[in-house]
Design a binder for this molecule. Sequence first.
Ligand code: ACO
Length: 443
Amino acid sequence: MTDTGDNSLTVRDNRTGKEYQIPITDGAIKAAELGQIKVADDAPGLSTYDPGFTNTASCRSSVTYIDGEKGILEYRGYPIEQLAEKSSFLEVAYLLIHGALPTKEQYDTWVHEITHHTFLHENVKTFMQGFRYDAHPMGMLMASVGALSTFYPESNNIADADNRHMQIVRMIAKMPTLGAWAFRHAQGKPYVYPDNELSYTENFLAMLFKMSEPKFDADPRLVKALDVLFILHADHEQNCSTNAVRSVGSSQVDPYSSVAAGIGALYGPLHGGANEAVLRMLRRIGSKENIPSFIEGVKNGNEKLMGFGHRVYKNYDPRAKIIKKACDDVFEVTGVNPLLEIAQELEKIALEDEYFVKRKLYPNVDFYSGLIYEAFQFPPEMFTVLFAIGRTPGWLAQWLELVQDKDQKIARPKQIYTGDRTLDFVPASERWAGSAGITPGIS
Ligand code: ACO
């Protein structure tokens, strides 16, 4: 037994009566330390069972801090409220990637770099045109980001800092172009090339909505609102898609393949899709008079109040507060979405109701975001694409941290095996002997 002082955990294995002292660092023990706890020298060591990583830290990270009880979210130490109000998406992207705010010169170089990598190889356009007319834009985004690795084969040289930087710039720059082209594809409209005279978010809106006008003129209030939405989605520490990026990245594959895995994870309804469900719910409720009976149904366990509750936040999701404010700015331009009134009344009633208070259920980021996206005239399938564009700097900041972290190894969890052992294999010719019409053979 090693003496590790007060900052340790004493474990007594009742199977053997042995005691172990395991060091505690930063409020955690190393899972590998449990491996020394064995019933016999040649027996397997103790491990932990944690499906969904509900209580397992997979990395040390200095990118994003969350305190779910207090409703705090910070990127590199800066509160999300301040970044949403006073920064821009590209500045936040710089902050996430580089770990500190840029000087004027660094910022200008960063914006110049991103702006001048927005174009895609013409062959990307050709293969995007090969998707079915009704292809889901997230499927198109995932496939095309993965395919970018074939256009930049040098991207697998992840040990080279300049090379890593180049791919990071390319991905942040090209994601809106890919997202906009996926959107235009579903509408049967020609793809619009980037306009490098526009800001990042203006350019995205232009590629989405430009028709025959020579210059697309987006309302600055809409540009600001979308930029804020990108900032709010830019990172959220070790969520499902970030974990996918890190897990695939731990094999030392190129960053395009890692981010494609993240897009796949985000595509799933348990992760990126709740805002769409909120819209469906609000439409179903239909009018304020129907809210009390809907709330009763939720309390009786017949359904969920979508856009409420969060695994981490047991307080108002700080992003939801900011989005609620952004709603006002957007609706000033587009006219009020009639569902807003229902959402606000629903929130008011729920926040006073004991069922929700007792369970610490508050609006999350998805409660109001769908209403804004709808006001922009995005179809629901595009909501997750917008999320992916916003999340790209976060995925890449986490990937960068991963590939430079000496503690990291290839992600390879253990399992608890529950299947058969040491069965005797009987060849098909014997197992199937006598079965009519079946001729066993080797193919
Ligand atoms: N409506 C009604 N009751 C709810 C809700 C809800 N939205 N969310 C949780 N509860 C209840 C549960 O029924 C449970 O009640 P019980 O203790 O009586 O059994 C209690 O609150 C605790 O809920 P859990 O499901 O244990 O909480 P968990 O952390 O596992 O789930 C989740 C979090 C998935 C987000 C959940 O709150 C939910 O399904 N919300 C609706 C979907 C949603 O809005 N998802 C978006 C999340 S934000 C994002 O991913 C970007």
